[in-house]
Design a protein around this ligand. Structure first.
Ligand code: DP6
Length: 341
């Protein structure tokens, strides 16, 4: 019998119109549609191997075995895929990020997108991109957007099958650079999953959600027309609206650090003075500053010169989640296992 093993690589993505809050937390059906760009340079590679001798799922992340909640979340996701394939085999999941972990840079999007494709392929499931996107969404909402390539829209939908992401323009359409200003290396207290379930407690969430179609239309037009100024305006507004919801939820979520605010105040000024740049912030203190290749070296220098910025990591427009021929090797790998892999 063929080996049940496969490896996939996926990029992280940065949303210009954010996903915050679900109409169904279990299915991760979002309260509003969102729009993002995949980030080559911020990638997860994952090998999944299903085998009859395994008694439980095992997860290895960046060379270390991981247990507890993270492993359970992976296991639950694998259950969906095992269910589709009609197989009960346990798996070994070996995953590596090429960006520093613990920096608050989103890894669940690339992690669950790569896991979905690798696990489906390993079990012989040949799904469409749309089906893979809906499946990845069950693991992490933003992972649905890392399945297709380039500039992506996640259509909110009303049920499992209608909530998926698709490419609106390929990566080559517009060469933007994402400079991620790493503000803090500490782990956040409430992650996105906990945050989504609090969104509805903010009196501002309804206003944010009911205005989402308008922002999505402006963002889509800005991307398709490569209109930097229009994208900057709508992306900054959307980020501030999401953080207003976070700050006014119960309990209140304030993800920003002093350095985050310094960047929020500086970037629009840079833009007014002729440097194309805008900010967007996820559920943490780090700030993504989008710019063009021509201006990236200067913007990077400015960010590194600001107090409280520990590092700047770059991402460029990235393609879809894809399969790789070469598999990752688990840290406990030895010669006896080598014969079977
Ligand atoms: C603020 O996709 O990380 O980055 O579905 O619970 O895994 P889960 O949440 P996640 O939420 C992302 C929230 C965000 C905005 C965005 O990327 O759209």
């Amino acid at each position: 019998m063929a080996e049940r093993i496969a490896t996939a690589r996926s990029t992280s993505n940065i949303a210009f119109i954010k996903y915050w809050g679900n109409r169904d937390d279990t299915l991760r059906l979002p309260s509003n549609g969102s729009m993002s760009l995949n980030l080559a340079g911020l990638e997860t590679t994952t090998t999944v191997r299903f085998a009859p001798e395994l008694e439980a799922d095992r997860l290895f992340l960046n060379g270390e075995e991981v247990e507890g909640k993270a492993r359970e979340r992976v296991s639950e996701h694998l259950d969906h895929i095992r269910g589709l394939a009609g197989l009960a085999l346990r798996a070994e999941v070996i995953s590596e990020n090429n960006f520093p972990t613990g920096t608050g840079i989103a890894s669940s999007a690339s992690a669950f997108a790569a896991l979905t494709l690798a696990a489906c392929r390993a079990l012989g499931l040949d799904l469409t991109e749309r089906a893979l996107s809906t499946l990845a969404r069950l693991g992490s909402g933003s992972a649905s957007r890392s399945i297709p390539g380039g500039y992506v829209e996640w259509v909110a939908g009303t049920d499992h099958d209608s909530s998926y992401a698709e490419t609106i323009a390929p990566a080559e359409h517009w060469h933007l650079i994402d400079l991620v200003a790493v503000v803090s290396e500490t782990h956040k207290e409430i992650g996105s999953t906990g945050g989504h379930s609090l969104a509805g407690t903010s009196p501002l969430q309804e206003a944010r959600v009911s205005d989402a179609e308008r922002r999505l239309a402006l963002c889509r037009a800005a991307i398709l027309g490569r209109d930097f100024e229009a994208l900057a305006e709508i992306a900054e507004l959307d980020t501030l609206m999401m953080h207003a919801v976070m700050m006014t939820s119960t309990p209140s979520l304030v993800y920003w650090s002093p350095a985050t605010i310094e960047i929020i105040k500086a970037v629009p000024g840079w833009r007014r003075r002729g440097t194309p740049a805008f900010f967007t912030i996820d559920a943490g203190p780090n700030v993504h500053v989008l710019t063009t290749p021509e201006h990236a070296p200067r913007v990077r220098e400015w960010l590194l010169g600001m107090e409280g910025i520990v590092n700047v990591i770059s991402g460029t427009p990235g393609g879809p989640t894809r399969l790789l021929e070469k598999h990752l090797i688990p840290p406990h790998f030895d010669q006896s296992a080598a014969a079977s892999v």
